[in-house]
Ligand binder design. Sequence first.
Ligand code: PLP
Ligand code: COI
Length: 367
Amino acid sequence: MPDRAPALPALAIEPHPARVSDADRADRIADPGFGRIFTDHMASAVWNTEQGWHDARITPRVPLQIDPATSVLHYAQEIFEGMKAYRTADGAMALFRPQENARRFNASARRMAMPEIPEALFLEAVRQVVATDADWFPGVPGGALYIRPFMFSSDVRLGVRPASEYRFLVIVSPVGNYFRGDPTAIKLWVSRNYVRAAPGGTGEAKCGGNYAGSLVAQAEAIERGCDQVVYLDAIERKWVEELGGMNLFFVMDDGTLVTPPLGGTILPGITRDSLITIARDEGLTVREERYGIDQWRADAASGRLVESFACGTAAVVTPVGEVRDGDSVFTIGSGGPGQLTQRLRQRLVDIQYGRAPDRHNWVESIG
Ligand code: PLP
Ligand code: COI
C-alpha cells in the first residue's frame, strides 16, 4: 500500500500535565523487571485512506478508547517492533540500528496488508518519545528503555478485509533483565505438538498473532520448568528454527557458529544479524544453515557442540544450559554460560553502551 503522506508531518508535543513524581519514578525504576512499568508519554499517528499519515504527536500516555467492533480485536491485524535506548558511557542516549527496526516494521506491514510508515516518521516518533522521557532511564545493570512501536487496524467494522484506518503508537518501558531471577543459563522446551510458522505464513513478520499462537507451547514450557520454547520446522518437524521470542546460535568445538537460515519462517533478528557481523569481524566462521534437533542432541553428547545461546533485543545474548525434549533432557556444555557466548555478548553490549568503537555505524546518539 502506498504511503500517501506527501511530506513528513511534524510531531506536535502535548506535555504531560501531571508526570509521575521524581520519588515515585525512582521507586518504579529501581527494580523494573521487563515490560511492567511505562513512562509518562507516548507517540502516536493515524493513517486513513483519505489523508495517509497524519496527526503525529507526542502525548501523555493514556488508555485508548476503542469501539468493541474495532477490527484488530477480531482479526488481529497488528504488528510491532522491539528496540532499546541505551545510556552510553558519555551520559548521552543511543539507539542501536533503529533503521533496521523501521525497515522490518514496514516489511511486517506489507505482509499484513497494512500501510507502510515513512521511516523518518517512525524514527522521529521513537527519538522524540525517548528524549521526552529520558529521566525514566533505569540505572540497574543492563538497564535500558525498551521501545515498543506498534500499529493496529482501527476500523469499526466486522468484515474481514484490510482496514481503511490504522493507528501507530510508540510506548516506552524501562527494563532490566528479560528473564526473571537473572538466570546464568536458560532451559528450553522443544515443542513437538505446536509449530510457530509455516512456509507462506507470517513467521518472518513481527505480528501479534505469532505470539498469541505461541502461548500454549510457552505454557507447556513453564510447566516443565523451562524458560522458552524451541520451535521446529512445520514440514519435517526436524529442523530447529528459533525460540518464541529469540533467535538461536550453536557453537561448535572448532569455534564455528551455526544459526538457522532466514527462509520466511524465522524472524530476521537484528541482534542475530549484528552477532553474525561481530563474529565474522573476529575472524570466526558463521554458517547460516539448517541444524536438526537430533543432531543438536548428538553433538551436545559427543562434545562437538560446546555452547548454544539465544539472542534478541529483550534477551540480549542468553546462554542455553539445558534442552528438554519430551521426557529426555540434554545439557549444553557445562550447563552454564560458555566462553564464546560471553565474549560475543560483551562485544555487543560494549558497542550498544558506547564502550567500544562502532565500526559499522550502528549506534545513533539522541537527546
Ligand atoms: N525471534 C523472535 C520470534 C522475536 O520475537 C525476536 C525479538 O524481537 C527475535 C527473534 C530477535 O529479534 P531482534 O534481535 O531484532 O530483537
Ligand atoms: C524483543 O526481543 O524485542 C521481543 O519482542 C521479544 C519478546 C520476547 C519481548
